[in-house]
Design a protein around this ligand. Structure first.
Ligand SMILES: [Zn+2]
Length: 84
């Protein structure tokens, strides 16, 4: 009976932690599903690669974003060289 009680106590201790972890993972997956179309500005919660309203491809938008991020990094490096 003591071992059973111990198991129950362990469960009572770990269940809330597991629940927090699951909630955290759920929020992360929700954020990844949460997309804003840069073409029409519509907010979508879906795993589809295309906008439901204007049909623009999200993969294309993500690629453009990564290119612009690289460009901004390059300009920051140039500014730092000018200061030195
Ligand atoms: Zn759209």
């Amino acid at each position: 009976m003591l071992s059973l009680l111990g198991n129950i106590l362990i469960l009572l201790f770990f269940v809330p932690i597991l629940f927090i972890i699951l909630a955290f993972l759920g929020i992360n997956s929700f954020k990844s599903k949460f997309k804003v179309c840069t073409n029409c500005g519509t907010t979508l919660i879906s795993e589809s690669e295309r906008c439901l309203y204007c049909g623009s491809n999200f993969n294309k938008i993500e690629n453009n974003k990564s290119y612009s991020e690289n460009a901004s990094n390059e300009t920051i490096e140039i500014d730092a060289e000018e200061i030195q």
